[in-house]
Design a protein around this ligand. Structure first.
Ligand SMILES: Cc1ncc(COP(=O)(O)O)c(C=O)c1O
Length: 398
């Protein structure tokens, strides 16, 4: 992964006219600022190559080491590698959620958080998110409890931990199980502790774009010894001896090639996460000066890990939609993305479970976009992002 020090210096093009590039003006950047900085370092490649040379590609010593160090870094007692973040959710949900039960889940998250509830045979009950933190709104979750509700699945979205105190208090009051989806939040913390310390289980993804990326990959952390054993069995066909299967399970194992890459990346993840936080602070300062844009807000007590830096557009202040704003920003040379263009209540896949659409989630779907925050950004990149945002906002504001 290139660092701020060795990335090529950008070509900065002064835009005297302030005409938007999308309307024929000169872009702030001729060479766009990339949205992500995924890529393997020589150390990652060496670690993977050592496994390839050994000929032992299946889950083995590298995965075990990755699990041990991941558990330590997230303040969890156990960590279990698996094939991807979707499998991680399935492995966590199966022992904790009952088929036929209702599970509270934010409508504002990636599809897998909710679709794996359906795969479990349970019913997702969609909940609003807090407009500032963009994570589950605990008061709204409480209002939506049904007689069949027994669990909460909440996402530490974009790297921002949910209001864990609120979720845990509700869970305690109602005797609910809690799974946190931390696919995007590997090294986030809450009250100074790693997010693995909270809830019944926490799941993670190492998909190619994530802060730690093994191409495909996942992890589940838990603090209960019996649950860890159960998940370990589920991961590998309930096998307790050679061709002896104590229970029914899956093959959701990670390979040691992925384990080696994950371990290598985990060792530099604290420094890279610190750099993301520093970049986010700089972006916060720039965005704070632009009318009509709101920088992401970390949940009180939480330290965000900034997988994604998600800006909220006050759409009423602009004579343009979010999509038009994003198109203009891209033309200025800032790569951006929309996570997500629709709330889960608007997904055809969930039509059988949706009783109403949620205005707060729909507002987020119409107003957010993500800009680069990755650790390879240079100071110049960040300044250009700020300039491009201000230029587009000034041109499109009513
Ligand atoms: C919040 C969230 N949950 C779950 C997943 C699923 O992870 P995977 O793609 O590794 O299956 C993702 C992946 O993007 C995600 O962002």
């Amino acid at each position: 992964m290139p660092t701020a020090a060795n990335s090529p210096s950008p070509v900065v093009v002064a835009d005297k006219s302030r005409t938007l590039a999308i309307k024929g003006g000169t872009p702030v950047r001729a060479n766009p600022v990339p949205l992500i900085s995924a890529g393997l370092t020589p150390e990652d490649i060496e670690a993977a190559t050592a496994v390839l040379k050994s000929g032992m590609l299946r889950q083995g010593a590298r995965c075990a080491e990755f699990e041990k160090e991941f558990a330590a870094l997230t303040d969890a007692r156990h960590a279990l590698t698996c094939a991807n973040g979707t499998c991680a959710l399935q492995l966590a949900y199966e022992p904790l959620f009952n088929a036929g039960d209702d599970v509270l889940v934010p409508a504002w998250t990636y599809i897998a958080t909710a679709s794996m509830i359906v795969a479990r045979g349970a019913r997702p009950v969609f909940v609003e998110s807090d407009p500032d933190t963009m994570c589950i709104d605990v008061a709204d979750a409480e209002r939506r409890i049904t007689p069949r509700t027994t669990a909460i699945a909440a996402t530490h979205l974009y790297g921002n931990p949910v209001n864990i105190d609120g979720v845990q208090a509700l869970a305690k009051k109602r005797n609910f199980k809690v799974v946190y989806d931390a696919a995007q939040a590997h090294l986030a913390t809450y009250h100074g502790k790693g997010i693995g310390a909270y809830g019944d289980a926490v799941t993670y993804s190492f998909y190619a774009t994530k802060n730690i990326s093994t191409g495909e990959g996942g992890m589940v952390t838990v603090n209960d010894d019996a649950l860890a054993k159960q998940i370990g069995l589920l991961r590998s066909h309930g096998e307790t001896g050679k061709y002896l299967h104590e229970s029914v399970g899956y093959n959701y194992r990670m390979t040691d090639v992925e384990g080696a890459i994950g371990l290598s990346q985990l060792r530099r993840a604290p420094a890279l996460t610190a750099q993301r936080r520093q970049n986010a602070n700089r972006l916060d300062a720039l965005i704070g000066k632009i009318d009509g844009l709101q920088a992401p807000k970390a949940t009180p007590g939480a330290e965000h890990s900034y997988h994604l830096y998600t800006v909220r557009l006050d759409v009423d202040r602009f004579g343009a939609t979010r999509d038009e704003f994003v198109a203009a920003l891209q033309s200025e040379g800032v790569q951006c993305a929309v996570h997500y263009p629709r709330s889960l209540t608007r997904q055809p896949a969930f039509s059988a479970f949706v009783t109403e659409h949620l205005p707060g989630a729909d507002r987020l779907a119409a107003s957010v976009f993500c800009i680069p925050v990755h650790p390879a950004l240079t100071e110049r990149d960040i300044a250009d992002i700020g300039e491009a945002l201000a230029k587009v906002a000034d041109a499109l504001r009513r």
